[in-house]
Write a protein that binds this ligand. Structure first.
Ligand code: ATP
Ligand code: MG
Length: 605
């Protein structure tokens, strides 16, 4: 935050207000006081002067009216008057003149006695001789003087006048000193109040600065700091309230943080993907499963909108997603594996009519879709496999019904075909039944302990005797006893299928080689032929239901493509594995394993 400049600070304002108040107070006091004082000083001065002049007038009147005979030793009335006024001229009295009724100056206090005996032209004296007092203020040579003319009365008659010039400098000097004292007082008061103001302002601004600092800390998430409480006044209470607020905020923050963490943890540990946007459609939250499903990294999605992120900006806008809120299906690639994602949208709306964002939940429905696809394929395959023999049978039966039954040569042939097709259908239905049994989760094997080499030999023998005229069997089967815990019917079926496949695809004079190897925890059975082989891209699919490499040819050979699928389920049910390797034109090897525990055998011994 910007620092408050000194002239805008409360500190400055406070001091200014104090100083201005003091100046104003002093000014008002000063004006009133000085005026009153001046008036009172002047009144005092005037009244004391008037009293003295009255006394002087009386004395002079006495002298003027005294009988000249009363004077002895050469004294005259004029001389006496001169002495009186000479005595009178002290302090503020500058000049005294006595004038008789003929306007002639009879005495003056001035050193220059020239005017004595001469008539005076002064108007105020003339007026005084008429019995009128006069007093006025003049400035003579830069000095304030009061000039007073007073008549001298004797028995109701004006017999002369006194003219007095008195200096008022003393009064003004006093005023000047008082003003000076007042000014000094003002300055002193100002200095003291300014200092006091600074101190007082500090008591207010210090807690305020403290609170400002605290607020800044709060904004940065530091709740440990407390404001110092300086007193119990309003500012102190504000500080206490501020500290209370801090505590409450801390609590609230902790609660929100806790909730946020809970939510974040829930979102992070969900298996479904979650994406949240702001009101502009920009992605503000995305969890790891969503990143994974969309195969993007957190860094690359910054500033992306949800439509860009999902790659649907051509078909949808953010607004249309909000309005429709339907789920959409996305086909994406996650680590180069195709994934199918269903995205459900819901709007974040805190108040009605105001939309704060959108939440998209992503479900990986790849597996579900795969199962669904497989189911559809399976139904289609089954229908197809059943329809082929049925159509064949229908055409042969139609031909028979149309009269072919009478033909001794054709009729048995046609009947033979329908019989074969029926058997094929029965085989197919049996296979399907078996698979559906194997698919059941509560499927149980009826296991028994048997010596595997023995068991294997007998099965090979059976084939050798009945179906293997065109090939040579080579056996690499250990002579020792290898006891395994298996469902013999099921494993017989597995071996039947593998061996019949080997025979089916072997050329005239080819070899079929049988191996049994003992591994650490399994025995591995191998059946190798020198037949047509399987293309590399089909090698893993031959264990899928209804999969045949060359449909036309295998159908001729009577296969439905379920044999290895059933074998796989059975081997898996035993806890083993099954796979094949092949080189086209050179032959195929089918492997499968069965769990084997050599120690178990010891116990049997
Ligand atoms: P079914 O066994 O139900 O009578 P099938 O033999 O065609 O029919 P599977 O045993 O499941 O079905 O075999 C699937 C496909 O794998 C076969 O159609 C064939 O194309 C291929 N196949 C299996 N074994 C061999 C083999 N030894 N040599 C070449 N191709 C094989
Ligand atoms: Mg087969």
């Amino acid at each position: 935050m910007k620092r408050v400049s000194f002239f805008r600070s409360i500190h400055f304002k406070f001091v200014m207000v104090y100083v201005l108040l003091i100046i104003m107070a002093m000014q008002i006091i000063g004006i009133y006081f000085v005026r009153e004082l001046e008036t009172s000083l002047k009144t005092n001065f005037d009244s004391s002067l008037t009293k003295r002049i009255s006394l002087l007038a009386y004395n002079i009147e006495q002298e003027m009216t005294r009988d000249p005979k009363e004077y002895s030793d050469g004294k005259t009335s004029q001389g006496e008057i001169s002495t009186i006024i000479g005595d009178f001229v002290t302090g503020e009295i500058l000049e005294v003149k006595v004038i008789d009724k003929n306007k002639t100056v009879i005495a003056t206090s001035e050193l220059n006695q020239d005017i004595v005996g001469k008539k005076t032209p002064e108007v105020s004296i003339h007026r005084a001789l008429l019995g009128l007092e006069h007093s006025d203020l003049y400035i003579v040579d830069g000095k304030r003087v009061r000039v007073i003319t007073q008549p001298i009365n004797h028995q109701e008659q004006t017999i002369g006048a006194i003219y007095i010039v008195a200096s008022m400098d003393e009064v003004f000097e006093q005023m000047r000193i008082i003003n000076k004292i007042l000014a000094a007082g003002t300055v002193l008061a100002l200095v003291i109040t300014a200092a006091l103001g600074i101190f007082l302002a500090r008591t207010i601004t210090r807690p305020m600065t403290d609170m400002k600092k605290q607020a800044m800390e709060l904004a940065n998430g530091n709740f440990s700091r407390k404001v110092k409480v300086y007193g119990e006044d309003e500012i102190g209470q504000l500080a206490v309230t501020f500290n209370y607020l801090t505590e409450k905020l801390e609590d609230a923050q902790a609660t929100t943080e806790g909730e946020r963490k809970k939510l974040a943890s829930v979102i992070a540990h969900m298996t479904d993907g979650v994406i949240a946007t702001n009101r502009d459609g920009q992605v503000i939250l995305i969890n790891n499963p969503a990143l994974e499903m969309l195969d993007v990294s957190r860094g690359t999605i910054q500033d992306q909108t949800i439509t860009e992120l999902l790659g649907i900006e051509d078909e949808h806008t953010f607004e249309s997603l909000i309005e429709e809120q339907e789920s959409i299906i996305l086909h994406s690639d996650s680590h180069n594996n195709p994934v199918i994602i269903r995205v459900n949208f819901s709007v974040i709306q805190k108040e009605a009519s105001k939309i704060d964002g959108l939440i998209a939940v992503l479900y990986d429905i790849t597996e579900q879709e795969k199962i669904e696809q497989e189911r559809r394929e399976f139904v289609a395959n089954v229908s197809h496999e059943l329809r082929t023999p049925l159509t064949t049978m229908r055409s042969y039966l139609e031909a028979l019904a149309d009269g072919a039954w009478k033909d001794n040569e054709i009729a048995p042939q046609f009947l033979h075909v329908t019989q074969t097709e029926t058997e094929r259908m029965i085989r197919l239905v049996n296979d399907l039944l078996q698979l559906s049994k194997l698919d059941r989760t509560d499927y149980r094997l009826s296991k028994e302990w048997i010596n595997f080499p023995d068991f294997f030999d007998k099965i090979i023998d059976r084939f050798e005797m009945t179906k293997a005229e065109h090939v040579t069997f080579i056996r690499h089967i250990p002579n020792e006893e290898l006891f395994v815990d298996i469902d013999t019917d099921k494993i017989t079926q597995v071996l039947d299928n593998i061996i019949s496949n080997a025979l089916k695809y072997s050329p005239e004079g080819g070899n079929v080689i049988f191996n049994v190897d003992i591994l650490s925890t399994d025995i591995q059975i191998r059946v190798k032929d020198e037949g047509v082989g399987i293309p590399q891209d089909s090698i893993n699919k031959i264990f899928d239901r209804f999969y045949r490499v060359d449909k036309a040819r295998t159908r001729q050979l009577g296969g439905t493509g379920l044999g290895l699928a059933i074998a796989k389920e059975m081997v898996y049910a035993h806890g083993g594995d099954i796979w094949a390797t092949s080189k086209e034109g050179q032959g195929t090897t089918v492997f499968f394993t069965l769990p084997y525990d050599p120690n178990q055998e010891d116990e049997w011994e």
